[in-house]
Design a protein. Structure first.
Length: 162
């Protein structure tokens, strides 16, 4: 199982690719895609699509994990993030990948044991769980790592329950 965890965003989109083989989980790649606000919305959607498509092909991804959307204060941002989520659905269909969605509470609960953990707490725990990772200054990246881990752990747990 190779999971691509994505924290979509139009300025910074975090991603993490992890492989689960037997009882071992390995981080294959992680980081963020930065896009400029001067680029049109359609350009950024295209850049997002091409970037993640390349990652899926390069790492033979089998699953995509993402958080369910959270409606914050800005409804326009919420709606626009739907475009990026649509790209992830399209990529899952195109490449015949399994798509996993988790609520922010599920991701935090899975990784920290506390469903209302702050972004700082998630980032701190990710750095403890994955000590080989360099310190991340962007929560987009630590969120993507947490989403990937949640995807691997929840899929493994579900397989045990079958």
């Amino acid at each position: 199982m190779i999971v691509l965890g994505v924290d979509p965003g139009f300025q910074f989109a975090g991603y993490a690719i992890m492989r689960k083989e037997g009882g071992r989980t390995t981080v294959l790649d992680y980081g963020y895609l930065g896009m400029k606000s001067t680029q049109s919305l359609s350009e950024r959607v295209g850049i997002f699509h091409r970037f993640l498509n390349e990652k899926i092909v390069a790492f033979s991804v089998t699953d995509i994990a993402l958080e369910t959307p959270f409606l914050g204060k800005n409804t326009q941002t919420f709606l626009k993030l739907g475009y990026l989520r649509g790209v992830l659905y399209l990529l899952a269909d195109t490449h015949k990948l399994v798509l996993h969605e988790y609520s922010p509470t599920q991701v935090k609960q899975s990784v920290t044991g506390y469903g209302a953990a702050s972004k700082e707490q998630v980032a701190r725990l990710i750095s403890r769980l994955l000590p080989a990772m360099k310190a991340q200054e962007k929560y987009d990246v630590t969120d993507a790592l947490a989403i990937s881990l949640c995807g691997i752990w929840e899929s493994s747990r579900n397989q045990l329950l079958r």
